[in-house]
Every structure is written in C-alpha cells, then in structure tokens.
Design a binder for this molecule. Structure first.
Ligand code: PRP
Ligand code: URA
Length: 207
C-alpha cells in the first residue's frame, strides 16, 4: 500500500498507548487525541506545494515559501472533532468543513446527518480527520462527498486503522495519502477494531 504512512515515532506510540488504555479518563482521552493529531498532520502536509516569496528580515533580504493552496480540515463528527482544536496553531488559516456520519450499529454502514462542506473544493488541500478507520465505510463516504465537490488533493488522517479498512480506503482512493499511528489486525463481530481503543466518540465525549 504505497499511500499508507504509519508514524512509528516513540512519542506518538507512547501517547497512543495511553489513548488505548481503558483507564484513561475522557478529559485525558480528548487531550491525547489532539496531541496525536498534530504530528500526524505534520506528516500529512509534508509534501504540500509551496511557492517562493521574497522578504526582508531586519538584517537582510531573504527568500522563503508560502503554501500554494488553502487547506480545508474536515473532521468527521463526533470523534474527529477531538483532533481539530489542536491543529489551530499548526494551520491557523485553514478552513473547516464538518461531516456528520454515524455508523449504524446493525448494518455497520455510515448514515449521514450533517454536510457542512464548501460547494467547490478544486483549489483546496483537503484533510479528513477521524481517529478511527474500521470498515472504512465512513471515510469512504466522506471522501466520495469531497471528490464530488471537486477535491483532487485528499489526505485521510486517522489514529488507528484496521488492516481491512486501510486496504478498502486505499483501493477506493488510490491517489490519496493515508496517515495513521497504527494499523491493527482485525475487526470484531460488532465492527470494533481489535485491540483498538473502543468507541472513540463515546470516550472523547464522555457519553
Ligand atoms: C466512529 C469513528 C468513525 C467510524 C469508523 O464513529 O469515529 O467515524 O466509527 O467506522 P467505519 O470505518 O466502520 O465506518 P461513529 O459512527 O461511531 O460516530 P461517533 O464518532 O459519533 O461515535
Ligand atoms: N468506531 C470506533 O469508535 N471504534 C472502533 O473500534 C470502530 C469504529
């Protein structure tokens, strides 16, 4: 899977370990979601195109760079919201679109309840944020909506993916990047990632 990047950095893996632990409180869980989102998004934005700019420092003329395209951050509610706040210092100019999807507990299929994404996305670098990629159904539904709005530069940022979910997402969006902190082996009968971390939305919201 060429497009998949797993961040094995020890600081990321140590935070992930605490995120997985069932003893972690919802307050700490939320904080860890944000702390993990930042290094994943650093990696996800590594190849963003830039153009050169000229400036003067107090000492001399210099050259630097600016991002060539605007960034749209797209958290999938609810759990994706936990990744958003920590990204504001990193990408203060980013625009934010919201996607509301809830996985039906019987069919495991995602059901739409909110689409607050701009109508035209051709000029954006689009990052989808959701801690969990389980069957892949929610990320694929989000990606299809974003592509239907013209998004050409898509990157999916997840904390834990299942192997099957990562494969399904890469098959559906072969040009997109997928950045994760871990790929877990399997899903259980209820569609939970094993070992995973449980229900990310419930743990982040505390209910
Ligand atoms: C979770 C998670 C993903 C989805 C992953 O959300 O945050 O959006 O499940 O599962 P999938 O890959 O099989 O589609 P959920 O639908 O439980 O909503 P919540 O965040 O509001 O709890
Ligand atoms: N959604 C979650 O929050 N956790 C899982 O393990 C699978 C889907």
């Amino acid at each position: 899977m060429k497009a998949l990047t797993i961040i094995g950095h020890p600081l990321v893996q140590a935070k992930l370990t605490r995120l997985r632990d069932r003893r972690t409180s919802h307050a700490e869980f939320r904080r860890l979601l944000g702390e993990l989102a930042a290094p994943l998004v650093y990696e996800a934005t590594r190849d963003l195109p830039v153009h050169p700019v000229r400036l003067r420092t107090p000492v001399a003329a210099a050259t630097g760079v600016e991002l060539r395209r605007e960034v749209l951050l797209t958290p999938i509610l609810r759990a994706g919201l936990g990744m958003l706040d920590a990204l504001r210092p990193l990408l203060p100019e980013a625009r934010v679109g919201f996607i509301g999807l809830a996985r039906n507990e019987s069919t495991l299929l995602p059901e739409w309840y909110l689409d607050k994404v701009p109508a035209r996305l051709d000029e954006f670098e689009v990052l989808v944020l959701d801690p969990m990629l389980a069957t892949g159904g929610s990320a694929i539904a989000a990606g299809e909506l974003l592509q239907s709005r013209g998004a050409r530069n898509l990157c999916f940022v997840h904390i834990i993916a299942s192997a099957a979910g990562a494969r399904a997402l890469a098959r559906r969006f072969p040009k997109a990047r997928i950045v994760v902190a871990a790929v877990d082996a399997r899903l259980d009968k209820r569609g939970y990632i094993v070992p995973g971390l449980g229900d990310a939305g419930d743990r982040a919201c505390g209910c």
